[in-house]
Design a protein around this ligand. Sequence first.
Ligand code: SAM
Length: 283
Amino acid sequence: MTLGEAKKILNEFIPKYYYSDSVEPLVRDLLMYILDISKIEYLCLTSNYILTNDELLKFEDVIKQLKDEKPIQYILGEVDFLDFKFQVNENVLIPRPETEQLVLLAKKILDSDSYVPNTIVDIGTGSGCIAIAMKKLFPKSNVFGIDISKAAIDLAQNNAHKYELNVEFYQLDILKDDFNLFNYDVLISNPPYVLEYEKNEMNDNVTRWEPHLALFVPNDDPIIFYKKLITNFFENRMSKFAFFEINPLSYNLLVDFLNSYSLFSYSFFNDYKGEIRYLVIKK
Ligand SMILES: C[S@@+](CC[C@H](N)C(=O)[O-])C[C@H]1O[C@@H](n2cnc3c(N)ncnc32)[C@H](O)[C@@H]1O
């Protein structure tokens, strides 16, 4: 099979929901992965390049995974996040652009207050994307990432090592375990927030492949993680700022809960699609 033929087949198999205008960059990324080459090496290849037997096997394996609706990021084993390329696998959520925006929002707000965090804690760290990006932006701060999943912690550690950033990761269940030992002043979190009943409206490639532990909360307690984290933030004498990614559907419940703590000043912010997506609390 030639490279030109491989391109044509990939074009047909990449689902439309992965791209808005051009499928080209995705075809290129998959072919770079299949041929195990850099972007420059890829650009130097002509369409009549003939795939070796090993490359052909890898190509067939990629097609099989695409047919099985496996997310492209899991096939490639990596994802772009801000200036990073983080490893991902089926044990962690694929980081979303909304979460890149959460990190940038935190940076903007802290900078506008000329506030340099002493200790940042990222709850539900997954691939470690938020914690690692925060460490890069605030190199003098101590940064901790917490997750219930051991597999996620292992992956997050690899991602931090790759960029030689000193972030410490701990396996804890934040709904049960005590995390007061992290004397944080800045809390940041993208906790599970998708309601069980939203499952039906989601693409199969998400519900079949991404970890449900990272996605879903019970319909009868949609803000379970926020209640726990906000209470902890309130009780922690050192805490100053909390930054959360939220489900727009939980906005009213969050407002009611926050109003029970009259000492807080809080604000909501929209994401790049215009949806209410972030909650920022300042003590
Ligand atoms: C929405 S994902 C966020 C992952 C990553 N921070 C990101 O933004 O891409 C939520 C994360 O919370 C973790 N998690 C779920 N329940 C938890 C619990 N009880 N304690 C700690 N972490 C939990 C999941 O394993 C998952 O990695």
